[in-house]
Ligand binder design. Structure first.
Ligand SMILES: [Zn+2]
Length: 94
């Protein structure tokens, strides 16, 4: 394996799925919406799930809403990861 998806997670990534081709699908939270994106080269798959978090919510309420919305997006990411055959572009080494 050229990459090490278990140890190198970008900032803010909540969950990560490994596709059958060895790419990763990352899930993260961004201003009210949970988002997912496949890292396979030229794979255009993205997913999202609204959390209905408002800026007036406390941190606890926000975290709870994220927890509630996460399983839906996890299912989308899981099913994409099971069938995506797009390879990740190998990291360029100097
Ligand atoms: Zn993909």
């Amino acid at each position: 394996m050229l990459t090490n998806p278990e140890t190198v997670w970008p900032e803010g990534v909540i969950a990560r799925y490994l596709t059958v081709a060895g790419a990763t699908v990352d899930l993260w939270y961004d201003s009210g919406t949970l988002r997912a994106k496949c890292g396979g080269e030229r794979c255009r798959w993205t997913g999202y799930e609204s959390t209905e978090v408002f800026y007036t919510d406390t941190d606890e309420v926000r975290d709870q809403k994220i927890d509630d919305a996460l399983p839906g997006l996890q299912r989308q990411a899981q099913s994409h990861a099971e069938k995506c055959r797009a390879l990740p572009r190998p990291a360029v080494t100097a």
